[in-house]
Structure formats: structure tokens, C-alpha cells
Ligand binder design. Structure first.
Ligand SMILES: Cc1cc2nc3c(=O)[nH]c(=O)nc-3n(C[C@H](O)[C@H](O)[C@H](O)COP(=O)(O)OP(=O)(O)OC[C@H]3O[C@@H](n4cnc5c(N)ncnc54)[C@H](O)[C@@H]3O)c2cc1C
Length: 442
């Protein structure tokens, strides 16, 4: 079977997390004919976890990890840096679904955090790793009620958390924009691009990372052959870890089942000492909106504020300059309403990035053709879900068994989407409606 990629990863704006790092040291690209025992396509969180786990379990095997751009430049380094352990169902209105499903998701997410913590500690990866939890913030009565429902859901699950009143929210965030909050302690905050770069720089010796090597064709067979502009990689086993880009490879990549959705981030310039005093509050915090379509905010210990909001359905998995401009305007509006004590603070960076959702929050995990394994469809929570999916796909491919692996295999597969143009019309109207109902939370 020969598959041509119908689109390739694009630049999607200047990402602040990546831009604040020193320039990367030179990497290597695919050139000529490369043979390996395994090839992993995509060096995001899933791909790096899969390659690392394969190398840990098979120290004598050669593993080629192929990435279109530099490690940390893609969505793995573009996100808001919340390693979320609790249910976070973007399709629901309160982030939770049903109790048993929630418990299984928590097990998987914590498995991802545990694996990452072990790597970050052992390899001394400097990524501003903070075990400080996340705050959910509500800006009005509707949001407060959503948090109360979320709190009841967490109590049913025996998950620790505490409610915060408006004064407590101001003490943390410095603003009186939030009327109520909920603190959940298990979430870890990171600098995502630094995390990805650190992961790439600490891969086991039997993994070779090929960057700036977009794969334009996959020949599925024995062995599989991946074609780039300057060479090919051949291996008998392939792990697909391309998330939102997976559908570029047609049926092999779950075409017609995935929803490539973009969301956008902006990072302010460095605030001055006087501005930070005027803002007040704590030096570092991460806030998730009470409404899933609302605005995520992080205050960084380095003295900048990161805003994330706006979703667009981008079937060709690229953000246009118009989309980036629109997102930047939305970010400025959300910033100004939350931080009126900081007039005139603008954004130094604005970027977009691809999420991979499915209508039933299913995961594209397992063997999808002989010798082809998939760890795709993070449903918006790639820091934990893609990490654990990557680790587990390596274990699954090697015939291992574990409780976590069984939970992963029990997850539903992505269901089929309605055909275009119905899908596009439906999704775009659903996003517009949900953003409208999110109201001030946006
Ligand atoms: C603004 C924003 C905020 C977010 N906030 C959070 C958050 O706080 N917490 C959280 O958990 N998640 C968050 N996410 C989602 C998170 O970033 C993704 O879920 C995560 O990156 C998915 O990881 P992945 O490894 O599965 O996929 P990706 O990170 O997308 O990695 C896939 C890789 O495959 C490569 N690739 C694709 N096609 C090819 C090809 N043909 N050839 C070679 N390489 C290819 C891509 O370049 C990419 O690097 C956010 C996303 C965005 C955009």
C-alpha cells in the first residue's frame, strides 16, 4: 500500500515557549537510505515516549524517530503546559463524563505524569516542572455553578480539591475578575517547549532523531518505507505518532474519524517590576476556565502572562495569518478584561497549534495494519494522554500486558464523522455557539 501525505506540518505562528529558548543545536535530517528495526513517525510527546520506551525495552534495536520540524516546535511545545491528571472532556460542559470512564482516564493520565516525572528527574530536564496543581476559575454565576458541579463530580471520585471564593482568587491571580475557583492539586505545570527539547536531548543512544524531515509518502509493506525529500527510512515496524496530521495518510491515519482542531496562545512581553507589583497575586499559577471554551491563563515565574483561547476547525492542519490575527485580538480582549491594572501590555508572541479530537473522545491506539502501530488522538490532553499512549504502544507492540495497557485498549476508537461539507458546517457552528455561550469566560 502506497500512501501520499495530503498535507504536511506548517509553521503556525511564532510560539513564545519555543522563542524564549536559546536556538537549538544543529540536528540531523534524513539523508540517503536509512535502515532501522523500528521507525517512529512524529517527535511530539507520543512519538518521543514511544521511541524512548522501545529503546528501554529493546536496548539492542535501532529506532529511527522522524520529525518534520525541530523537536518542541510542534504542538508538543506549543501548548499551555498543563499536565492534567483529572477528567477533562472538551466535549462536555463540566469536563467530566461518567464515573468509571473518569476513573480510567485518571489512571492513564497519572501514568503519563509518573513516566514523565521519572524521565525529567533522571535526565535533569530543565522545563520549569511545577507540582502546584491547577485552578479552575469562574467569572460569573454560570461558571460558579459549573465549578460546583465539577466539585461534586470530584467528591464522588474521592479526588482532593478545594473551592476558592472571590477573595482567595484575587489573592492568587491579582485580579478581581474571578468570582470563584477550584484548586485541584494533581496537575503539573511545565514549560512545554523546554520539556520537548529536553526529552529530545536525552533520548537513549539507540534512538536516532531525524528532524526537519517531513515524510511525504509511506509505503506500507515488509519492510515499511518512509519517503522524505532527501532520503528514505526503511523498517519492518512503524509507529504512527502524528496526532492531528495522521489523517494526511488517508485510511491508514483514520481519515474521516479525526477532527483536526486548532487552538491559539499568546505570550506577553516581560512585565516590569512595577507592573508585577501593580498586578499583585502569586508569582506562578495556571488557570483553566470553568467553561471548556473559555480562556486559559498562566502567570509565569519569569514575569510574563500566557493566554490561550479560540478554536477553529482546520481540516488541512494549518493556521492562516488571518486566524492568527483574529486569535491575537481575542487574546488581547481577554487579557484587558482580566488585567485592567496592566493597560498597554501587548503580546510578543502569538501562535496556533493542532489538537486532535474525535467526536466520541476515542483514541486511535493499537495495530492498524500488519507491523503498523498507532498512538494518535490525544483529545486535547497530549501532555499526559499522548505520553502514556506513546509508552503503552511500545509495550503493546512487544506483546506486554498491564492494567494500564488494558485500560488503554478499552478506550473507544474514534467514531466516523459525517461527510463534508456537513462536518465543517456542523463543527464551525458548534464552536461558534459554545464560544458564544462561554460568554465572559472567554
Ligand atoms: C495552544 C495550545 C494549548 C494547549 N494546551 C494544552 C495543555 O495545557 N495541556 C495538554 O495536555 N495539551 C494541551 N494542548 C494539546 C497538546 O499540545 C497536544 O495534545 C499534544 O501536543 C499532542 O501530542 P502528540 O505527540 O500526540 O502530537 P503532536 O505534538 O502534534 O506531535 C506530532 C508530531 O508529528 C509530526 N509530524 C506530523 N506529520 C508528519 C510528517 N508527515 N512527517 C514528519 N513529521 C510529522 C509533527 O510535526 C509533530 O511534531 C494544547 C495545544 C495547543 C495548540
Amino acid at each position: 500500500m502506497q500512501l501520499r501525505s495530503s498535507f504536511l506540518p506548517q509553521d503556525d505562528g511564532r510560539c513564545g515557549w519555543y522563542g524564549l529558548l536559546p536556538p537549538p543545536t544543529p540536528g540531523i535530517s534524513v539523508s540517503g537510505q536509512i535502515n532501522a528495526d523500528w521507525v517512529v513517525l512524529g517527535a511530539g510527546l507520543a512519538g518521543m515516549a514511544a521511541a524512548r520506551r522501545l529503546a528501554e525495552l529493546l536496548p539492542n534495536a535501532s529506532i529511527a524517530l522522524v520529525e518534520a520540524r525541530r523537536a518542541g516546535f510542534g504542538a508538543g511545545g506549543r501548548n499551555s503546559g498543563f499536565m492534567v491528571d483529572l477528567p477533562h472532556d472538551l466535549n462536555s460542559h463540566s469536563y467530566t463524563s461518567d464515573k468509571d470512564a473518569d476513573r480510567r482516564i485518571i489512571r492513564l493520565s497519572r501514568g503519563g505524569i509518573d513516566y514523565m516525572r521519572e524521565i525529567v528527574t533522571r535526565e535533569r530536564i530543565e522545563c520549569d516542572w511545577r507540582e502546584q496543581g491547577k485552578i479552575h476559575g469562574a467569572a460569573n454565576g454560570q461558571g460558579t455553578r459549573a465549578l460546583e458541579a465539577f466539585s461534586r463530580g470530584l467528591s464522588d471520585l474521592d479526588e482532593p480539591h478545594r473551592m476558592l471564593d472571590a477573595a482567595a482568587m484575587k489573592a492568587v491571580t491579582g485580579t478581581d475578575f474571578y468570582k470563584a475557583g477550584l484548586h485541584a492539586p494533581g496537575c503539573v505545570l511545565v514549560q512545554p517547549a523546554a520539556l520537548c527539547r529536553g526529552l529530545a536531548g536525552s533520548l537513549p543512544k539507540n534512538v536516532t532523531l531525524y528532524e526537519d524531515s517531513p515524510v511525504s509518502q509511506i509505503h506500507v509493506g515488509q519492510p515499511h518505507r518512509l519517503v522524505t525529500a532527501n532520503g528514505t527510512v526503511t523498517a519492518p515496524r512503524l509507529v504512527l505518532a502524528t496526532n492531528a496530521y495522521a489523517s494526511a495518510f488517508g485510511e491508514l491515519g483514520f481519515k474521516g474519524r479525526l477532527l483536526p482542531v486548532y487552538t491559539y496562545g499568546s505570550l506577553t512581553r516581560q512585565l516590569t517590576a512595577e507592573e508585577l507589583t501593580r498586578l499583585g497575586g502569586e508569582g506562578s499559577w495556571g488557570l483553566i476556565p470553568a467553561d471548556p471554551l473559555g480562556t486559559t491563563v498562566r502567570r509565569l515565574a519569569s514575569g510574563r502572562i500566557c493566554i490561550r483561547n479560540s478554536f477553529t476547525y482546520n481540516p488541512d492542519v494549518a493556521a492562516t495569518s488571518r486566524m492568527l490575527e483574529r486569535a491575537k485580538r481575542a487574546h488581547q480582549k481577554s487579557f484587558d478584561v482580566r488585567f485592567p491594572m496592566l493597560p498597554g501590555v501587548d503580546f510578543e508572541y502569538t501562535w496556533g497549534g493542532a489538537l486532535c479530537l474525535s467526536r466520541n473522545s476515542g483514541s486511535a491506539f493499537g495495530e492498524i495494519a500488519p507491523g503498523v502501530y498507532s498512538a494518535v488522538c490525544c483529545n486535547g490532553l497530549g501532555l499526559t494522554r499522548s505520553t502514556i499512549a506513546g509508552k503503552l504502544i511500545a509495550e503493546y507492540a512487544l506483546g506486554m500486558d498491564s492494567e494500564l495497557l488494558r485500560i488503554m485498549l478499552e478506550q473507544p476508537k474514534p467514531c466516523r464523522n459525517p461527510p463534508e461539507p456537513l462536518l465543517g458546517i456542523g463543527l464551525r457552528s458548534s464552536i461558534a455557539w459554545k464560544e458564544w455561550t462561554a460568554g465572559i469566560e472567554l
